[in-house]
Design a binder for this molecule. Structure first.
Ligand SMILES: C[S@@+](CC[C@H](N)C(=O)[O-])C[C@H]1O[C@@H](n2cnc3c(N)ncnc32)[C@H](O)[C@@H]1O
Length: 213
């Protein structure tokens, strides 16, 4: 993710270069959070024959959507950027019959009900903060009982947390968000590192897999 600061006064916010990001991550493998969630579904023998329906929120160019399609899931891939969706649809190795896409912003998101899995890899932090509580309620309401959420949220010590246009959480806040879930993975990562575009940053990330009660 590349960012350029467009206001460094009291309320800095960043413009993100998703075009460069999509090029940088092209062909990368699915996220471990998604793989863990899929493995946890596979352990539930009674569900193994049913058709499974997932939403990939902030799908980007679809590294996670592609994996779900390859495993026979039906997927609704949502992103706020047409370019991400176009890149996903141009992938020749996917079953388009099982894929629906929707251009939608998190700030006005509407989701279907009874969804088995909502995957949101490195995307929800970019929802404007006043809209995040509504977004999270929409996600929780969309999942069926026994459905899973997987993805990442950023912690309050992340170096991008000076950016007022994105959202960051303390560990307590993350635990509160997950109160209606059984937590299957909650890994807190904190370390200096680089972005997909090779820029230095301090990461504070919560890696989450959780099953709705
Ligand atoms: C860091 S990329 C992650 C893409 C993909 N999930 C991955 O793991 O590579 C974040 C994605 O979220 C999307 N996004 C950011 N803010 C959004 C918003 N407010 N509404 C909808 N999508 C948004 C971006 O367009 C981008 O594709």
């Amino acid at each position: 993710m590349s960012q350029s600061v467009n206001n460094l006064e009291n309320n800095p916010s960043f413009e993100r270069d998703w075009h460069a990001y999509y090029s940088a991550v092209k062909g990368r493998p699915p996220r471990d959070t998604l793989l863990t969630a899929l493995a946890n579904f596979d352990k539930e023998i009674s569900d193994s024959d049913s058709s499974r329906f997932a939403i990939d929120l902030g799908c980007g160019n679809g590294r996670d959507t592609v994996e779900m399609l390859h495993r026979g899931w039906r997927v609704l891939a949502i992103d706020g950027e047409q370019e991400g969706i176009n890149r996903l649809l141009s992938n020749p190795n996917i079953d388009r019959q099982q894929l629906e896409t929707d251009l939608m912003k998190f700030e006005s998101l509407v989701l279907p009900k009874s969804v088995d899995l909502i995957n949101a890899s490195f995307s929800l932090p970019f929802c404007q903060p006043p809209y995040f509580p509504r977004l999270w309620d929409t996600i929780v309401a969309s999942l069926r009982s026994g459905g899973r959420f997987c993805g990442q949220l950023f912690g309050d010590r992340d170096s991008w947390s000076i950016d007022s246009s994105a959202n960051y959480h303390t560990r307590q806040e993350i635990e509160d968000l997950l109160q209606y879930f059984v937590i299957e993975m909650l890994e807190e990562e904190e370390h200096p590192g680089k972005t997909a575009l090779d820029e230095e940053k301090y990461w504070h990330i919560f890696q989450i897999v959780a099953r709705k009660q």
